[in-house]
Design a protein around this ligand. Structure first.
Ligand SMILES: *Cc1c(COP(=O)(O)O)cnc(C)c1O
Length: 468
């Protein structure tokens, strides 16, 4: 009995003090990352775990062994912290609008605009008169101009845009929607739920695959507030289908003194049909007579998260005056990024400067050329066991746009004689700049479509480091 408590005391004495551990190199590194208080907390937890755990033989304690174990545990915390924080990754999946990887990559110009706005800026200040100006007005003007709309307003995201429009125009009334458009986008955005929350009642018409103009007309009554058209985005109904054109819906709505609202989802500023994308072009929707059109800022448009709302002067003005708008308005950085992106479109430079459009429009021959040169450059440096194979494949548009559309690409399959594909993928995720590829049919695949040429070396160096 006496012996046991004596050895326990010896063990307790062998455990370094918190202060002593705080002076170790690992703890100093951790402190530089999470601060002193958090470091001390973490160390206390580690020490407690060692003190009460059975890792060490209580009779045969080596102070060095305990210190080494503590250092190891601190390093594990550091590693977890490094992976856990928000950071740049290389998107080698080829999915252009990759929702999990932040949807769109911003252009260099928009990043410069964002940095400028990070300083004090004229967000709500008119430089001409020296008086208060309207927040976001220059971005809104640029947006209206590239979509051919009379006016525009910007909120946090497209879900917020739909919510604002339905709340302001549908509240306490009925909103007519085709059954084929009661869609769910990305799991947590469901048209029926947003409608219910906005205080509007859903009036479903037609069937999943066919809805006629007459179905809409029959549903119009004194409670009707607006006709909603939703672009199904992430799925398509094909085969025996029918739905009236937006222009027909607009004529019908206007005849009854109602408005037509189109939720275009991704929405394109310029026609992208030559890349196989049949996404609504916002300018066309406005020309067809839609009173309000909403779409996302970070999908096909290629800028940052935002809900873009365009339409007629009076319709937009009513949205701007609603108290809900104040709760949904974006930050100054968002306005700066968007304004810069809208101007790229206005100057016809979007396909050169904006990554999303550059990647979408990249030709197969350009990709093949880059892939060949990459594989040639890398092959000599690979460790034994690693092989690269070029295979044909497709890149997805992503972001819930253009389902089923595959942009032809050339993929690099990375294989290793004794490392499984999953482990290769994990190895690339753990790099200082994580590289995210694709796993398909038991292989780790790299698609250079969404990789900037100057980032290819990061992948190349990663390949060289791949060994069992
Ligand atoms: C993506 C999408 C939304 C949601 O847009 P967020 O910007 O992600 O909020 C809403 N409606 C449609 C039709 C969409 O495709």
């Amino acid at each position: 009995m006496q012996d046991e408590s004596a050895s326990k005391t010896a063990f307790a004495r062998a455990i370094p003090s918190i202060d002593e551990i705080l002076r170790s190199a690992a703890a100093i590194e951790l402190e530089s990352v999470v601060g002193r208080e958090e470091t001390a907390d973490i160390i206390r937890t580690i020490v407690e775990k060692i003190r009460t755990g059975s890792e060490f033989d209580q009779d045969d304690v080596s102070r060095e062994a305990i210190f080494e174990r503590i250092t190891q545990l601190i390093k594990q915390v550091l590693a977890a912290d490094r992976l856990g924080r928000m950071q740049r990754v290389i998107n080698a999946t080829g999915v252009v609008i990759h929702t999990n990887l932040g949807r769109s990559k911003l252009s260099a110009e928009t990043v410069i605009a964002a940095c400028a706005a990070a300083d004090y800026c004229n967000l709500e200040f008119d430089l001409e008169s020296g008086r208060r100006g309207r927040r976001g007005s220059s971005a809104e003007r640029a947006l209206a101009s590239i979509t051919g709309a009379e006016d525009a307003i910007i909120v946090n995201n497209c879900a917020a845009a739909a919510f604002l429009v339905l709340s302001v125009y549908g509240r306490d009334g009925e909103v007519i929607v085709s059954r084929g458009e009661l869609v769910e986008i990305g799991g947590d955005f469901r048209i029926p739920d947003i409608l219910e929350r906005s205080g509007a009642r859903l009036r479903e018409v037609g069937t999943t695959n066919r809805t006629k103009l007459a179905d809409y007309e029959r549903a119009i009554c004194e409670r009707t507030r607006l006709i909603l058209r939703v672009h199904p985005s992430n799925y398509r109904i094909i085969g025996f289908t029918e739905s009236p054109s937006l222009a027909e819906l607009a004529r019908l709505a206007h005849k009854h003194g109602l408005i037509v609202f189109e939720d275009a989802g991704s929405g394109a500023i310029v026609d992208l049909s030559r890349f196989g994308l049949d996404e609504p072009v916002i300018r066309d929707s406005i020309a067809a007579g839609a009173d309000i059109v909403t779409f996302s800022g970070d999908k096909l448009l290629g800028a940052s998260q935002a809900g873009l709302i365009v339409g007629r002067t009076e319709t937009i003005s009513k949205l701007r005056k609603d108290p809900l708008f104040r709760a949904l308005r974006p930050d100054k950085i968002t306005y700066a990024i968007l304004e810069s992106a809208f101007r790229a479109y206005a100057k016809d430079q979007a396909f050169e400067t904006m990554p999303t459009l550059r990647y979408l429009s990249m030709s197969l021959s350009e990709i093949v050329e880059r892939v060949n040169s990459f594989v040639e450059r890398s092959s000599d440096k690979l460790r034994p066991g690693t092989t690269l194979t070029i295979i044909p494949g497709g890149s997805a548009v992503g972001g819930g746009a253009a389902p089923g559309v595959e942009l032809p690409t050339a993929l690099i399959a990375v294989e290793h004689s004794n490392i499984a594909a999953d482990d290769i993928a994990r190895y690339f995720r753990m790099l200082d700049t994580p590289v995210i590829g694709r796993l398909a049919e038991g292989r780790f695949l790299i698609d250079l479509r969404t990789v900037e040429p100057e980032d290819e070396d990061i992948i190349g160096d990663g390949l060289v480091g791949l060994s069992s």
